[in-house]
Design a protein around this ligand. Structure first.
Ligand code: ZN
Length: 299
């Protein structure tokens, strides 16, 4: 192992930050969780962790950050690393570079979903894929598309959760909860939408409800196939833990594609094509370490 320095990794979530100091091979030397309060409280706690762990283990050469958002992830933007319109009190306008800049190391910032996608690509269920689409169905819905280890974006990160699936009101009268669109995918199928519609989470509901939600997710799955032709699709997040959901998503995606896309990657039944995550809770921090490696390479 070269002594070129260590990687500071940050997985920034809406309720907690996971911080790690790692070697470039991914070995974690120190790790801590701190609550996501306001930047005035969380930034100094983050700085102290990296200062103290670095004093013990060695200098930090790069930072990788996988964060909640919305956040500017365009390295060419003057506001790179800045929270934009986040409703989380105090965080709009806060910038990772202000908090980590004193270490004098390059910083790569990406979204939490893209970070988890990169983690799954590297060490989880997306290993061996050239192009991987990782979607989380939880409090919100988002997709990270990774191509050869790097997340892809346009003018901003993708917003797959706000695509509108077909909505048959005779079967599902619920209007949806998205403040912008009502019945977009997130408005109809995220965890809070399920709670509002039925008064309980999907893992406590029956096959009919699971099938309805699967139909909305399958609309996204088939859209991702047609738009990105990924080697594999991963679906994670709290909602996906409901019994029978991944199976129903496979079935309805296959039906939606109707035999049009033919490739050895798309096995009959899609059992190897549409999968659940391999890393669980470690995907985000694994991806953040990889983002730190990428920051080193692009320095
Ligand atoms: Zn929406």
């Amino acid at each position: 192992m070269s002594e070129e320095g260590l990687i500071g990794a940050v997985e920034a979530g809406g309720t907690k930050f996971v911080l790690a100091l790692a070697r470039r091979d991914g070995t974690i030397l120190a790790r801590v969780r701190i609550p996501t309060n306001t930047p005035e409280q969380t930034w100094p706690a983050m700085q102290s962790f990296f200062a103290e762990s670095s004093a013990q283990h060695g200098p930090i050469s790069a930072f990788g950050v996988a964060s909640f958002g919305p956040i500017d992830i365009d390295p060419c933007s003057a506001a790179y690393g800045t929270f934009t319109t986040t409703p989380k009190p105090g965080w709009a306008g806060a910038r990772f570079h202000d908090a980590l800049g004193s270490f004098g190391a390059p910083i790569k910032v990406d979204t939490d979903v893209n970070g988890a996608a990169i983690g799954e690509w590297l060490e989880g269920a997306g290993q061996g894929c050239r192009t991987l689409a990782y979607t989380t169905i939880g409090t919100g819905i988002g997709t990270g598309v990774v191509h050869e280890g790097r997340s892809i974006m346009g003018i901003s990160h993708f917003e797959s959760g706000h695509i509108r699936p077909p909505h048959d009101r005779s079967r599902d009268a619920f209007e949806g909860i998205c403040p912008f669109h009502g019945n977009c995918l997130e408005g109809l199928a995220c965890g809070p939408a399920i709670e509002q519609r039925w008064g309980k989470s999907l893992d406590r509901l029956g096959p009919e409800e699971v099938d309805l939600v699967a139909g909305y997710i399958a609309h996204l799955a088939s859209t991702l196939v047609l738009l990105h032709m990924p080697d594999r699709l991963i679906f994670g997040g709290g909602v996906m833990k409901a019994a029978g959901l991944i199976e129903a998503v496979r079935e309805q995606t296959e039906r939606a594609l109707a035999g049009y896309v033919r490739h050895p990657r798309l096995d009959p039944g899609l059992e190897r094509y549409i999968v659940t995550p391999g890393l669980g809770d470690d995907a985000g921090i694994t991806g953040a370490i990889e983002l730190g490696r990428q920051a080193l390479l692009s320095r």
